[in-house]
Design a protein around this ligand. Structure first.
Ligand SMILES: Cc1cc2nc3c(=O)[nH]c(=O)nc-3n(C[C@H](O)[C@H](O)[C@H](O)COP(=O)(O)O)c2cc1C
Length: 359
């Protein structure tokens, strides 16, 4: 295609998208009882169905994978039924939606865990910061390092979540390998000090990512599986001695599968540098994200650095973002106070563009 831009169609593996304005995964903490999606969530996603692709909010594949109150899961039949409301709504509007499969690892707290057990991670290293629980703000704890043979069970939890996502009617899934959660905890040597086959060398630290990818690809086929990584430093307590080498290797290994896409959350300038290294190694579609506007998005697409761009905060406050970007219409500013909440305020009440807004 000549000179593609944000509004050109794009095929990602087995899925054809109408445009390249992707809705980034956005946790909104508005699931119902039992972490089950409900009608309000369906309305929110329906409103945003003009995105080339919606990536759902992060969704825990197992109760141990939860780190925040009121985030949806994909490990019960009720959750499958709840998600069907969402996927039906998006499909009725002609949209496409992938589910983001999530396990938080150590970014949790016993108050959020089944039987108040310790959260699990690659190694028993306590992260800095706090979890919000029904008992208030609680400092993170030292997690329990997964035993070598337990890692296989966690891989299976991703596969089970992937199966349930299929039953719920999604078009595909995105493996959440970003933002300091469990896969990221295995990837980086600051949080992974294991001495078994999952720790030490870069090859070993990427083994968990590889196994999860293979298990999920077995369920969906590679053409409907994306992976999200955040090669920069996603938070103060995530360290790696050589992120360029680590994420270049991850890109090369993921390139073997013919995935639907790789999605990079660029949190720093260093991450944007790593995007170039990844582009050289990863030949399937690349989605970039992190503070993009229309101009910069079109630039990276025109330059061939990325094939599509995901927008987070702008999609919160502009349900019809693709149309607004295309027409250069004014954008509504998002209100961070209602990013997380329990109701429709700051969620389903952001206005669509009107004729008057165009004048
Ligand atoms: C309220 C909020 C919730 C988020 N939830 C998730 C999430 O569930 N999964 C994820 O990978 N990233 C999550 N992110 C990160 C966004 O996907 C995105 O990377 C970030 O907002 C930067 O993009 P932007 O500058 O276009 O907003 C979240 C960000 C915000 C502001």
């Amino acid at each position: 295609m000549n000179n593609p831009d944000l509004f050109s169609p794009l095929t990602i593996g087995d899925v054809a998208l109408n445009n390249r304005v992707i809705m980034a995964p956005l946790t909104r903490t508005r699931a119902g009882e039992g972490n089950v999606p409900h009608a309000l969530n369906a309305t929110y996603y329906r409103q945003r169905a003009s995105a080339g692709l919606i990536i759902s909010e992060a969704t825990q594949v197992t109760p141990e994978g939860q780190g925040y109150l009121y985030t949806p899961g994909i490990h019960t039949d009720e959750q499958v039924a709840g998600w069907k409301l969402v996927t039906n709504a998006v499909h009725e509007e002609g949209g496409k939606i992938y589910m983001q499969l999530w396990h938080v690892g150590r970014i949790s707290h016993p108050d959020l865990q089944p039987n108040n057990q310790l959260p699990v991670s690659a190694s028993a290293i306590k992260p800095e910061g706090y979890a919000r629980t029904l008992n208030g703000r609680m400092e993170f704890v030292t997690p329990r390092a997964l035993e070598t043979d337990e890692v296989t069970q966690v891989v299976q939890q991703y596969a089970d979540g992937a199966c349930r996502a299929k039953m719920a009617g999604f078009d595909g899934v995105e493996i959440h390998g970003a933002n300091a959660y469990l896969i990221d905890q295995f990837l980086r040597d600051g949080s992974n000090q294991r001495t078994d086959r999952y720790g030490g060398s870069i090859e070993n630290r990427t083994r968990f990512l590889r196994e999860v990818t293979e298990a999920v690809v077995d369920v969906w086929g590679a053409g409907r599986v994306g992976v999200r990584l955040s090669p920069g430093r996603p938070s103060a307590n995530m360290q790696d001695s050589d992120p360029a080498a680590l994420f270049s290797h991850a890109a090369s290994l993921l390139n073997e599968y013919g995935l639907s896409y790789l999605h990079l959350y660029e949190t720093t300038d260093e991450a944007r540098e790593i995007t170039h290294l990844i582009r050289e190694r990863f030949t399937a579609p690349l989605i970039v994200n992190g503070g993009y506007d229309k101009q910069r998005a079109n630039q990276v697409i025109a330059q061939g650095i990325a094939d599509a761009v995901a927008f987070g905060k702008l999609f919160i406050s502009n349900p019809d973002l693709p149309k607004r970007l295309q027409l250069d219409a004014p954008l509504t500013e998002p209100n961070p106070k209602t990013f997380y909440g329990r109701d429709g305020v700051g969620y389903t009440d952001y206005p669509f563009m009107t004729e008057t807004a165009l004048k």
